[in-house]
Design a protein around this ligand. Structure first.
Ligand code: UDX
Length: 433
């Protein structure tokens, strides 16, 4: 290894840990990834990747000689310069982040005598670094450094997001520890934001909250567009050109889901509340999203008079395209509501599964999903849905009704193809009145 290459241990072989480990190996570092799940580690040793993430398998394969997988924490830490913590922090019933996995790995750290730096990748409440610091000090590990180095990668583009990030955020108690974390990223072109630990922790939570706020904002604009006769797609285009606003995260739809936004919004809300502050904007963002996921039900009821015994096709189960992840997916909320109203639910997704959604019938093609359906809802913006021959499928439905939950299709073309077409916030173009 050259001087700039380091030894890195990554604790947690989940989505974040694997991407982090693979990308650091790609940058030339020697990486040991450790997980408590023996099956997962065995699979990784065989070259099998337990998650669906474009580019990850190739990256792990290409860097196999710099990557080791183990269940043994001692083996992972041995010789490591930096120990990344990349374990899950799911919400508890109260909405707080459950830090038990973080504390477990911190407590499992062997009593190293040399200087190493613990770097936090897991999304944690502000103040966690300070608590870890105290815990390490209490164990006589004051010489072990600590840094917060949050990740901003999105599923489906995680490898690219890691290698070409908008910024790298590093918050450390000691400047030299932050310098070491910065050096690990040599080879990546990006601004590096150095801060105190608490601010780095807050940057992660605030970035997510800002993105969610944009989505709930545009969804509310969409709802007002419906009430007033405007088209949110045009509105988003019109405001997105304003450089102060920007174009991204202004797609109105059936709400946000996924493994981060819903969890992190609750964690920030709870963090604020625990500190005595009522975070009004964030509360509204969460509530708007809950209502948005259910809005399609109102549209379908209006279009079909009743949902009882209606056959509804849901296109897309993943919380967004490019992933098989269905965590907090709006599709699941929709399916649950439809079943509760007495509808039959047929679902299609190119990669995600309806496991866990009892009562939903999953089919292999869009054509099968639409056959004899009373309505179809586009829930996930899978690009292949734009290429479907909608005109050919309209006659196969019992009633050709579409609710385009991602505003993917052209309203004029769909109406010309024989559909009653509704979308999100497109009163100017839906022709329903
Ligand atoms: C997100 C953040 O983007 C990432 O920085 C963070 O590290 C983890 O959380 P991810 O959950 O993978 O990443 O998905 P993202 O692409 O951000 O989409 C989240 C949800 O918002 C999806 O359900 C998506 O459909 C929805 N969304 C996104 C909208 O409804 N409208 C938009 O304009 C953008």
């Amino acid at each position: 290894m050259s001087e700039r290459e380091q030894r890195i241990a990554v604790l947690g072989a989940g989505y974040v840990g694997l991407v982090t480990g693979a990308c650091f190996a790609e940058l030339g570092h020697a990486v040991v990834v450790r997980d408590i799940l023996p099956d997962r580690i065995a699979a990784l040793r065989r070259g099998e990747v337990p998650i669906y993430e474009p580019g990850l398998e190739a990256l792990l394969g290409r860097n196999a000689e710099r990557l080791t997988f183990t269940t043994d924490v001692g083996e992972a830490i041995e010789g490591a310069d930096v120990v990344y913590v990349a374990v899950g922090t799911p919400p508890t019933y109260s909405g707080d982040a459950d830090l038990s996995a973080v504390w477990t790995v911190i407590d499992e750290l062997p009593d190293v005598e040399r200087h190493i730096v613990v770097a936090m990748k897991s999304t944690v409440p502000v103040g966690t670094g300070e608590k870890v610091r105290h815990r390490l000090d209490a164990r006589g590990l004051a010489h072990v450094g600590y840094a917060s180095n949050p990740e901003f990668t999105a599923e489906g583009t995680a490898v690219k997001d890691f290698m070409e990030p908008d910024r790298i955020v590093i918050g450390a108690f000691e400047e030299a520890d932050g310098d070491l974390i910065a050096r690990l990223h040599d080879g990546i072109e990006a601004p590096i934001v150095r801060s105190d630990v608490a601010s780095a922790e807050m940057i992660k939570l605030a970035a997510n909250a800002a993105l969610m706020t944009r989505i709930s904002f545009i969804n509310e604009i969409a709802n007002v567009c419906e009430a007033t006769g405007a088209d949110v797609v045009k509105v988003a285009e019109g405001i997105g050109h304003d450089r102060r606003i920007g174009k991204s995260f202004l797609q109105a739809g059936v709400g946000f889901g996924g493994s981060c936004f819903p969890k992190d919004s609750l964690a920030l809300k709870q963090l604020a509340a625990n500190s005595g502050y009522h975070f009004q904007v964030l509360n509204a963002v969460i509530e708007v999203n809950e209502l948005q996921k259910r809005r399609v039900i109102g549209k379908l009821t209006q279009l079909l008079d009743t949902l009882r015994d209606r056959r509804i096709a849901l296109l897309g189960l993943a919380f967004k395209p490019g992933t098989d992840d269905t965590r907090e997916s709006p599709a699941f909320v929709l399916a649950g509501r439809l079943l509760a109203e007495g509808a039959q639910v047929i679902a299609w997704d190119p990669v995600a599964s309806s496991d866990g959604l009892s009562g939903v019938v999953q089919v292999d093609s869009v054509a099968e999903a639409l056959r004899d359906a009373d309505a179809v809802v586009l829930v996930t913006a899978w690009p292949e849905l734009a290429d479907v021959d909608w005109a050919a499928l309209a006659p196969t439905m019992r009633t050709a009704v579409v609710v385009d939950g991602r505003n993917m299709l052209d309203p004029e073309t769909m109406r010309a193809a024989g559909y009653r077409y509704d979308a999100i916030g497109r009163a100017a173009t839906n022709g329903l009145d």
